[in-house]
Design a protein around this ligand. Sequence first.
Ligand SMILES: Nc1ncnc2c1ncn2[C@@H]1O[C@H](COP(=O)(O)OP(=O)(O)OP(=O)(O)O)[C@@H](O)[C@H]1O
Length: 219
Amino acid sequence: MLSCKGVFYRYGAKLDWVLDDFSHAFGPGVHLIKGYSGCGKSTLLRLLGGYLTPTKGMVEVSGYRCPNRKFQREALGFVFQQLNLLPLATVERNLQLAGALAGISKHKRLENVDRYMEELGLEGFMKRLPGSMSGGQQQRATIARALIKEPEVLLLDEPTSGLDDLNTEVIIKVLERFIREGERVAVICTHDQRLDKIADEILDFNKFLPVERHLEALV
Ligand SMILES: Nc1ncnc2c1ncn2[C@@H]1O[C@H](COP(=O)(O)OP(=O)(O)OP(=O)(O)O)[C@@H](O)[C@H]1O
């Protein structure tokens, strides 16, 4: 459904390759990307989401070459490490806007806001501004926002880092149900072993690194 074909990526012509001829197919299910800090996990996620364009090679989603704006708008949910909730909008408004941008009908938006706020244990937080919520609550709200459009592909960057077991368990349950109910794809960059139990695949990203970057990682 989502695949990388011979992808090379570097951030500048004089910089080292972050990805060097990376090929992989991500089918329905949960894929965890693991590897040392700086090995390129977030870069891979941005390439999969079409927020970066491969220097060489290509990323495809359901047969379409990325980046593809329609796919990003309608079928992609992305949770960045920096949560990026709009600070001056209530949580409910943040979710509504995400649904409206994806072209979801008003009726479905209302239904989904209720559903995902409840699933993530945030029923009482609809009218709150993100800044008035704890880190764990904001993290759950960001995931609710990504789910509102019920995307085919969900990309999450460290969705549970720094969270206690209770917050993490809520997120794991919701993600697992969401992915399994619709033959969807989730690619999750994480160091968190608590997510291993819902993984269909754990990809050790270190092994795809160019040799010189392996050496860099050791020093
Ligand atoms: N905007 C950028 N410009 C130049 N280099 C960058 C940029 N973003 C990342 N890099 C470099 O690319 C490499 C991969 O970074 P990336 O953020 O993908 O790693 P990561 O595995 O996600 O790390 P972490 O686990 O710490 O989040 C690193 O060497 C990083 O310094």
